[in-house]
Design a protein around this ligand. Structure first.
Ligand code: PMP
Length: 452
């Protein structure tokens, strides 16, 4: 099988070897690497990717979920071209009207948002949220859940994918560093909680309520393990009671469950919300939205900012600092607005959710016929294929699943023209056709037969 992969991807291997000399590991993000070498892409349209060797794939990675309308959607292209034409440039470097339009759109869609700031990535949005929470209540630590990802910076690069040997007690997880080069400071200032265990979570929060400024979570862990409803309600209640800011990281869930995020689906309002991915329509973006009493701490009307004040004011008297050269980039916002407007058209989201459910059911039936214990886990338009018959509610449960089988299967599927990074979740797009879905089910059956 390896032989097949290597035969079909000779061009990728060559391109990878070349890239490796000037790019560490040949990839611009560590997660994009896989053995023996990543597949180097050349073109993409709709649901399809084409690599440098001319192999075609049905894409289920979709830029880690960002491309909900598939590749190169005409409505998004039109909006981008129109915006560049109107602007006459690519970017103003000054405020412009699209910022207001997008902010108003998000405030209308997300119950937990009174105001918005734009960033260039999801990472920057969660980072800003944490700083705001600390400024708001003056406490210095942040609690996150084991297995949850919020961007690759030191404070959140804790217990995302910890080794079981280091992970500690299930109801009182250790803070485990996920990268070399992280200072102990971040381990000491990040408290790790067990997802979907409200009693254990409450206990830890109560014990450390004077230190913990914010709790951040992915309402759907990794985009595919949903929070239990009672867990979400309990978390909102306890954080409110203890004066802890609740931050929803909806970078994955923001537009993939519905257009108003997990907060509208669960009926639970966070204090702050981070967005990204789909919001940029295929361009780099992030946003932080939230309650006015927090968001307004950033308003420059509150005091001078650090770059112009000459140090005459105490940091605590100044507006909370937030900046970014390309924040609110007009091309990006035009693409994002066009994407949201597509998703808001009658039937579009329903159809996407229906397709996803159909694929999940058919895959489950297929593996069942082959007596392989597999379940699809997910919510909305994202799911994962997990080889276990046990319930999966959190990181510990997930780590019990057969990841080796999953990866073997994914390499066969790559060979059969189904693309995701081996082991990754599946994201669906509005443009995956019935034929794509049938081809995917057929490819899974062939892959199963090959592995027997
Ligand atoms: N939070 C979540 C839930 C994410 O899925 C991601 C990206 N995978 C991020 C934050 C970071 O976003 P970005 O990669 O745009 O910095």
């Amino acid at each position: 099988r390896e032989m097949n992969f290597e035969d079909k991807t000779r061009g990728s291997k060559q391109a990878y070897e070349q890239a490796k000399s000037v790019i560490p590991g040949g990839v611009t993000a560590n997660i994009k690497h896989f053995a023996p070498h990543p597949i180097i892409m050349d073109q993409a349209t709709g649901s399809q990717l084409t690599d440098v060797d001319g192999n075609n794939y049905i894409d289920y990675l979709l830029c880690y979920g960002a491309l909900i309308l598939g590749h190169g959607h005409e409505a998004v292209k039109d909006a981008v071209y129109k915006q560049m034409g109107q602007c006459g440039s690519f970017v103003f470097g000054a405020p412009h009207n699209l910022e207001y339009q997008m902010a108003q759109k998000l405030v209308d869609l997300f119950p937990g948002m009174d105001q918005i700031r734009f960033t260039n990535s999801g990472l920057e949005a969660t980072l800003l949220g944490i700083r705001l929470a600390q400024a708001y209540n003056g406490k210095g630590k942040v609690a996150k859940f084991e297995g949850h990802y919020h961007g690759g910076y030191d404070q959140m690069l804790v217990s995302v994918n910890p080794d079981m040997e280091q992970a500690g007690e299930v109801n009182q997880p250790n803070a485990v560093a996920e990268s070399s080069g992280m200072s102990d400071y971040h381990l000491e200032h990040t408290v790790v909680l067990p997802f979907n265990d409200i009693e254990a979570t409450k206990k830890i929060l109560r014990a450390r309520q004077d230190e913990i400024s914010a709790v951040i979570l992915e309402p759907v862990q990794g985009g595919f393990i949903p929070a239990d409803e009672s867990f979400m309600k309990g978390l909102r209640e306890v954080t409110e009671e203890l004066g802890i800011v609740l931050i929803f990281d909806e970078v994955k869930t923001g537009f993939r469950l519905n257009v108003g995020g997990a907060q509208s689906l669960y009926g639970v309002e966070p204090d702050l919300t981070a967005l990204g991915k789909v919001l940029g329509g295929g361009f780099p973006v992030g946003a932080l939205g939230g309650k006015i009493e927090l968001m307004d701490l950033m308003s420059p009307e509150r005091g001078q900012d650090i770059l112009t004040s000459g140090g005459s004011q105490q940091a605590t008297d100044r507006a909370l600092f937030h900046s970014g050269t390309y924040n609110g980039h007009p091309t990006v916002l035009a693409a994002g607005l066009a994407t949201i407007e597509e998703l808001e058209k009658p039937g579009v989201m329903d159809d996407l959710l229906r397709k996803t459910e159909y694929l999940r059911n058919e895959l489950e039936n297929l593996y069942d016929r082959y007596s392989i214990p597999m379940q699809t886990i997910g919510m909305g338009s994202i799911f994962n294929i997990v080889f276990t018959d046990q319930a999966v509610k959190n990181y510990r449960d997930l780590s019990q699943a057969d990841m080796n089988l999953r990866k073997q299967l994914d390499y066969e599927l790559l060979d059969l023209g189904i693309y995701t990074k081996p082991g990754n979740r599946y994201s669906m797009s509005t443009v995956h056709s019935d034929e794509d879905i049938q081809a995917t089910i057929d490819a899974h059956e062939q892959a199963i037969q090959r592995l027997r």
